[in-house]
Design a binder for this molecule. Structure first.
Ligand code: SF4
Length: 134
């Protein structure tokens, strides 16, 4: 697929496990699981400068991936582009540990952390497939 039609915007939480998971799972979807089918939107750039990412989100479905129930990525997308098509909230998937635990090292993942990344990535894929009508 040469021109992806779905954007994925993950939160940039540096304070907790959920923020790390949101970025890693989004990357996994982009690079491995649905490569070429989605584009990632950069939340800090989106908020600070807007530009192409905001315009993309106005014209294409966007899935927000947030580490906790504060839903920063979802709220920013709604504020600047109007709506999100779907959303993943990691505390809903793996519980309060996503909010309450420390961020993890992306270079030294343990098995249970890899499992959490896979769980979030799988949920993102489920939503991507739903939007594509699969
Ligand atoms: S959604 Fe939660 S984890 Fe993500 S940036 Fe906001 S407060 Fe941090």
């Amino acid at each position: 697929m040469e021109n992806p039609k779905i954007g994925v915007i993950s939160c940039s939480g540096e304070e907790c496990l959920g923020g790390t998971l949101s970025r890693m799972a989004t990357r996994k979807v982009m690079d491995e699981l649905r490569s070429g089918e989605v584009v990632s939107l950069c939340l800090p750039l989106y908020i600070a400068r807007g530009g192409e990412d905001r315009e993309f989100a106005k014209k294409h479905p966007v899935i927000a991936v947030d580490g906790c129930e504060k839903c920063c990525a979802k709220e920013a997308t709604i504020k600047y582009s109007g709506e999100v098509k779907d959303a993943v909230v990691i505390t809903d998937l793996i519980g309060d540990t996503a909010r309450d635990n420390e961020p993890i090292s992306m270079r030294h993942l343990r098995t249970n952390e890899k499992d959490m990344v896979d769980q979030v990535a799988k949920e993102i894929c489920r939503k991507v497939d739903s939007i594509y009508g699969r």
